[in-house]
Every structure is written in C-alpha cells, then in structure tokens.
Design a protein around this ligand. Sequence first.
Ligand code: ANZ
Length: 824
Amino acid sequence: QETYDVEAVQEKWLPVWDELQPFRADEDSPREKKYALTMFPYPSGDLHMGHAEVTALHDVVARYWWQRGFEVLNPMGWDSFGLPAENAAIRNDEHPATYTYANIETQYESFKRYGISFDWSRRLHTSDPEYYRWTQWLFLKFRERGLAYRKNSPVNWCPNDQTVLANEQVVDGKCERCGADVTKRELTQWYFKITEYAQELLDCLDDLEPTWPTRVVTAQRNWIGRSEGAHVDFAVEGHDPITVYTTRPDTIFGTTFMVVAVDSALAEELVTDGQRAAFETYRDEIRKETEIERLSTDRPTSGVDLGVTATNPVTGTQIPVWATDYVLADYGTGAVMGVPGGDQRDWEFATVMGLEIIRTTQTPEGFEGESYNGEGPAINSPAPGVDAPLDINGLGVAEAKRATIDFLEQRGTGKGAVNFRLRDWLLSRQRYWGVPIPIIHCEKDGEVAVPYDQLPLELPELRGADLKPKGVSPLAAASEWVDVACPTCGGPAKRDSDTMDTFVDSSWYFLRYCSPTYTDGPFDVEKARAWMPADIYVGGVEHAVLHLLYARFFTKVLRDMGMLDVGEPFAAQLNQGIVINQGKKMSKSLGNGVSLGDQLAAYGVDAVRLTLVFAGPPEDDIDWADMSPAGSLRFLQRAWRLSGDVTSAPGTAPEGGDVALRRATAHTVHEAAELIEGYRFNVMVARVMELVNATRKAIDLPESRGGCGPADPAVREATEAVAILLSLVAPFTAEEMWERLGHRPTVARAGWPAVDPGLLVEESVTAVVQIQGKVKARLEVAPDIAEADLEQLALADPDVVKAIDGRPVRKVIVRAPKLVNVVV
Ligand code: ANZ
C-alpha cells in the first residue's frame, strides 16, 4: 500500500500557493463579496493551540465562501501595541519593539505553514507608524466632535511602587506585588464619550440577536445597563437640593433616610463641623478599598451621619442624610433615597443604624423576607389617616411609579429619567508601548491638537530607558520628546505623555484591512463600502463586552462622520470554545500544556486542523486528551488513497455511473453546505468520512455486493467531491488529491461540486389505495405526482378494478403522493 508522506506534501504545496496567491481579495471583482474576519493576535510568543483552533474553524467558512464563488476578504494582522507585549518585553529585558516584531515574524511564519487562507497582502501591525498615524487622526476627529475629553478621576495607586494599578492588580485592598495598602489618586485622563451612544448601542443589539451568540448580546445589554426611573429633588437647608436617582419613585413614602457616596464631593460639602472628624476617618478607610470590594454584597454595613437633614418632596418629612460606601460616586447622581422596605442594602443599613422602616408595597402572603421589591399594591402611601398631596395606595408598581413621576413633574421636584450603567471609556495609559496621544499642553493655549500634517506623532525609541510602570508614562521623562513649542503660540509647551489603551487600536483595524496602504485617511471609504460589514467575526468570548462594544462605538461614530454607511461592524459572530487538556485549562503550573509545534511535527498540519474541527460543535471546549490526531491522520490517508485508485480520466461525465454512489455524493455535498452555514463543521466532517467509506466500498466490493470498481465515473465524482470538501479543513491533503486526480492547482478555487438535483429527490414513494377503508393495492409513484394523475393511476390498477367490481364510484379522496381512498 502507498504511504502518504505528510511532510513532503506540506513542503511541496506551500511554495505553489505562495506563487498562485489564490486568496487575494479584489474589491473590483464582479463577484459578490464576503468578509471573513477573525480576531487578530497579540504578538506574545509563538502560536498556540488556541490560535490553531480558532483559525482552523474560521478557515472553514472563508474557504467555503471562495468555493461557493464569492470574492472573500480574509485578512490577518497583529494587535502589537499594549501591555501584554510590553510586560513580556520588560521581563525578557528587551525593548518592546524588538520583542514585538520578532514575535510577529515567528507567528507569521507559523500561520503560513498552518495553511490558513489569509490574504497576506493586507497584513497590518497596529504599532506601525503608518497604522497609528490614523489612530491619532481618529482621536483628533473624535475630539473635534466632543467625543474625546479629559477629566479628573480616581485611580488605584500604590504609594510604594509609585504606580497606577489596574483593578485586577489590587487584591484585598493591597498591591498585588508589594502588599502595600492601595489608595485612590486623582489623575487627569482622557476619555471617549461612548455614553453618548449608549441607547443606540443597546437598541441595535435587537438586530444582532439572531446572528450573534446569545451570551454576547446579553453581556452587552447588562454592561450598558439601562434602567428607567426618576430624578427626585430633596431640599436641604442652606444647600442646593440633592437629586437622587431611583428606579422606584413609587416607594417615596417609605424613604426614611438618604445616603450619599462617602467619596463624593457632595458628602464633603454637606457634612457639618460636628461630624467632620468622624466623616474623614471613615472616608480615608474606604478609599483604600477597590470598587469590587465596595460592591460585594456580604460586607459589613458602614456609614457616618453627616449631621444634615433633607426634606421628602412628597411627605414634607425631614430625613437624616448619611454617607456610606455602598453608594457609588459615579453612578446615577451619587445620592440614593434610602427605602429599607424595598431595597436590601437599605434594609441592612436601617437595621444597623437604627433608622425607621416603612413598607410601601404589599408583600405576598407568607412572605418572610426582609426588603421586598416585587409586584404588589402600594400601601402606606400615604399611611392610613395621614393627609398627603399624593395618594397612590392600591396602585400596582408600574402605575404607582407613573403617578409619582407625574406628581413630581407637576410640582417641579422631579422628573422621569433613564440611566445607564455604561461609563465613558478611559483611554489614557501611563505606559510606553502604545499610541502617543497627539495633544500638546500649553500654559497659554491649553490643550492644543498636534496639527494633522504632523501625524504620525511617532513614539520615541527610548532605547536603554527604564520602561517599567511608574504612575507617569516613561515618555514624561523623555524631555527631548516631551518639550515642544506650542503649535499655536510658539511658546514652551509639553506633549501629552500618556499613550492610548490598546483597545483603541483594535476598534478600527477591520476597516484598515479594506485598504491597508491607503494614505489619504484611515481607510478608503469606497473600499470599506465594498466590504463592510464583516459577514462573520470569529473569536473568543473573552471579548464579548469591551472590544466588541468599542468597535461598535467606533463604527457608529464613523458612520456619523459620513465615512461608513453601516452602523454595525460585524453582521454575525461565532465564539469558539477553548482547548484544554486532561479536563483542565492548560497552564504552566499544572504542566498540562500541549505544544502546537509538537503536534504539528507529529501529525502534520491537516491532521491537527481536522482534529480541531471534528472535535465537536465549535462553541464547545476541546479536551486535547480525548482527541485522536493519529486517527485524523489515518482518515486523511484513506481519503488520499482514493485519489490514487480512480482510473477514469479527468473530465469524465458522471452520467451513467453507479447511482447509489452518485446519490451519496449528491447528498453529502448538499448537506455539507447547510451544515457549514449552520456552523456545524464537525458534522460536515462526519459526512465526508461517510462518503470516503462509501467510495472505498464502491471501489473494492464485487459488483454482486454493490461495488462498481475504480473505473466507474461515479467513483471519480465522489473522490473529487471529497477533495473539494476536504479543502476547507485539510488543504494539503486536498491539494495532493486534486493533483492525483489529474487537475491543476489549486483545489481551493475549484468551485463547489455541482450536483444533479435529480439525485437528491427520492425516486419513488409508495401510494396506498383503499376501498371502503381497506387496502386493495400499493403503487410506486413519483414523490411529486399530481393528485389527478395519482387518482387516474389508482382507478386503472387491475386489483382496484377487480375490487370495485363494476359498482359506481361515489367519491375519491386523494392525498398525493401517499394515499387514495375510493368510496363506492
Ligand atoms: C430607591 C429604591 C427603592 C431603589 C427600592 C431600589 C429599590 P439600577 O437598576 O442599577 O439603575 N442607586 C442609585 N444610585 C446609586 C449609586 N450611585 N450607588 C448605589 N446604588 C444606587 O438601580 C438603581 C437603584 O439603585 C436606585 O433605585 C437606587 O435605589 C440605587 F425599593 O432608589 B433605588
């Protein structure tokens, strides 16, 4: 038996494909366009099993579209700025640029050997000046539209390391590295005003719901976090009224206190002299904590009475105002009306602080909990016997809310309001390896934009400088770079020394792919029109919220700038599962990592790709310990061997070939298309395996047992179909088969196998003829037989004629193609 030399086949075809460039996308082609996008990697290290999985799955779709006759854009690049690369470089004592570009080359070579159908002519790196020039351009355009601005905000600060910490770097209120108590520090930072698009970002999710994974849509909805309620004003003597945001204005009669965020300016203003010392002690303690700790539900209740009272705008009652940590300064208005009967945190607060509790919603029978925020008629609103200007007793929650808002609006003490959990996007990073923010700070002229014709504002190399995080960007210390003349007045000024969050780079890269070398703007508007939106976006669910939300935001702004005619960047999305080993996530400490390089060396590219695609539904995790790449390789050999057995000449018409095998081929091809379009790639592979087995039998079995021999044109037809279907998953094997079948490369562009639709229909079905309800005959008829024809056939059947025996036929009921009922 011939043996299949995996390595030789790989080495043979790579240079041929390089020469043929079968996957160069041409927007001027008359074919219909498809844009197949997959998330671009960070250049940290070489490719791993995760990259192998996602690109193998993605390639099934991209290659399928080519075979179906579409012009396909399937680009790849690198998300090469940012913390992962910078941290790895610092660890390896290398300059981030050296480290990053070396890794990019390694990954590029690996991707090529892995045979994905990327259009490498569109390769981009977000850390290249010709790319980030346009990231800076976009930043300035956003700023002109009021969508990029600076403000003061608190950040986690380690006083020992002198550095800003991300929330994840703060553990139990302490610095993850040195254990010092983390504090909050005010920094002036840049923000994108994504909140301006909150409602649209939410609304458009309805349209994405059918084609995006449910969990992604849900995560985005929750992150945007829209709620409806009211702003209510509480008068305070000697101070402006305090406005609270509440989703339950109907509980106003149960408001027995007010709580404001302890770290807010409001608390600072309100506190009386007598309470100031206690307040400051409490506040300093809370400042050491992280937001996550502050929001956790099982923390002890704490707070300080600020010594002032506020007036309930409906009842006129005076209520105490406290400061607490469970109210967040930057959500709603930073002030909350305390309703212990309706909110559990308020209940606990009232219980611990000895404040009054009044229920305002009737609890269901048998209710034994503390606060209650469900449905029920309003009670104590007002309390029995009390005279109040508003009475909502007996109304359900929705009606009571409406009535309260109407009342407040009439009185001018409140207003219906919508609130979003979504915050503006903090984009400043005090780090080196990122896009420099193109702003100059001048004492006289303030913030001045770097003129457009001076872009890109290049990141200085700073070879030999200490790039470790220090709370201010290393750029601030590079005086040659930082000290500049103000573009407006010419006086001494300083460049902004922060760099942009990496998520800015990845919010528009899919647009740059449409015209990667364009020099008159971030992308050629016409070319983007040809390709956008991406028809599929394949990637990890870890990007469900931030990256996808930011990319959606950029797309909407660019649409409003007149540069795009779509408002959503990704029409459909597929999230792959992860590759694990022995039931656990691969990790260094567990020592269960699987090296992609080792697997490729042992089984070859195609067997590894096939294993990953065949493992199960693409969304499911793959436990490599349960996989059999050796089995995949054996299957590929079986498929390949078919191509050596075919003896009919290329171009032989399959008509007249073995009908059973021809039917199997037609069904496989037909079903494969449906399966791929439903992302059921693993089932598609299973069908191809069945066709390979059927073809093998047709070749080997004697005619008496259903075989037809290798010269039958149906065998060629089946084997060619196998090669084309396999080209989506195992391109090397498929190419080799194609050549052995007498064709020229490349099978990747051979076109989807044509099937005779006649072979897909069942040839005949059995129709039953009954007389007076008793079966008298069975007829073999075409499945699409007309009712009249079936009736005629039935009445002419000799058995039926005999059974009728000359009696007059009173009625014939026909249910084509299965049943004829004759009544005599
Ligand atoms: C009174 C009330 C009564 C409330 C009741 C709830 C139930 P979402 O849906 O998240 O928007 N709240 C408002 N601002 C807050 C802040 N800065 N920090 C912490 N909590 C805050 O929830 C809004 C509700 O969360 C508001 O409605 C307010 O409590 C609280 F029976 O007001 B509610």
